[in-house]
Design a protein around this ligand. Structure first.
Ligand SMILES: NC(=O)c1ccc[n+]([C@@H]2O[C@H](COP(=O)([O-])OP(=O)(O)OC[C@H]3O[C@@H](n4cnc5c(N)ncnc54)[C@H](OP(=O)(O)O)[C@@H]3O)[C@@H](O)[C@H]2O)c1
Length: 253
């Protein structure tokens, strides 16, 4: 219970990696704001699961990339915090567009990727920083596509921007003892990766990973929880690849 008495906000906490992170931070003792875009039922389900496990959580709705998104998130957060500050911010929510290869990407599609994956974390962070005490924690969720090439060029570019965001912010917030780090997942089984349900695809991925399988949301949640914990007090401005050893080299000789 290293986060007893602390508060946290997980953007995109309603599903996937964000949900697992919200559950883990709550299990560590934090009161967690579970943010969602439109899937209120999923957020409610997450909040109920946390409560059933003996933790505390509240839902916050705000669809990034729409007018007033940051204001909506801030208002819901402040209502849920009920006078408390915000100790931990996890910028996790993101969208991918599988049509955004160089052949298919449009200015509109790119604007949406930027709005949700880059602009929202930037301005959510700016907005909530006054609520964060010295010694706070910011954890950004990026992606391994920043170092391996995939066709979805727009999505990859947004995640590269997030890595730069982490380093700059870590430097700026250092004097306040606020750490800023990035967790960079590999291939993880969530709604974003429906194609992993195909056993052939899963086997292909397993063959690229030293630990021999694709990731589960809890694998990432535990790493996010480390950066949010007191144990990570001396680590800032870093990107940690959490991917089971993706593409370390051929698994078979
Ligand atoms: N899965 C992977 O293999 C993988 C690999 C590398 C990096 N990542 C990164 O890990 C993070 C989590 O991914 P995931 O796979 O867990 O995603 P996911 O299962 O698709 O869940 C996405 C979450 O983001 C929220 N969201 C979607 N669109 C939004 C919008 N416009 N405004 C605000 N919130 C929005 C969703 O809310 P609703 O429930 O309301 O829709 C949901 O909570 C992302 O940053 C992703 O880029 C994932």
């Amino acid at each position: 219970m290293s986060l007893q008495g602390k508060t946290a906000l997980v953007t995109g906490g309603s599903r996937g990696i964000g949900r697992a992170a919200a559950e883990r931070l709550a299990a560590d003792g934090a009161r967690v704001g579970v943010h969602y875009a439109t899937n209120e039922a999923a957020a409610k389900d997450t909040v109920e699961a946390i409560a059933a496990a003996g933790g505390e959580a509240f839902a916050v709705g705000a669809e990034f990339g729409t007018e007033g998104d940051v204001d909506a998130l801030y208002d819901g957060l402040v209502a849920g915090l009920n006078g408390a500050g915000l100790d931990i911010l996890v910028n996790n929510a993101a969208v991918i567009d599988y049509a955004d290869s160089i052949d298919g990407i449009t200015p509109e599609a790119f604007d949406r990727l930027i709005a949700v994956n880059v602009k929202a974390p930037l301005f959510v962070t700016q907005r909530v920083l006054p609520l964060m005490p010295d010694g706070g924690r910011i954890v950004n969720v990026s992606s391994g596509v920043t170092w391996f090439a995939q066709p979805e060029i727009g999505y990859g570019m947004t995640k590269g921007a997030l890595n730069v965001f982490t380093r700059s912010l870590a430097r700026t917030l250092g004097p306040r003892q606020i750490t800023v780090n990035t967790v960079s997942p590999g291939i993880t089984e969530t709604d974003m990766n429906g194609w992993l349900q195909d056993p052939n695809s899963a086997a292909l991925v397993a063959g690229m990973v030293a630990l021999g399988r694709h990731g589960q949301s809890a694998d990432l949640a535990d790493v996010i929880a480390f950066f949010a914990s007191p144990d990570a007090r001396w680590v800032t401005g870093q990107v940690l690849e959490a991917n089971g050893g993706l593409w370390l080299g051929p698994n078979e000789r």
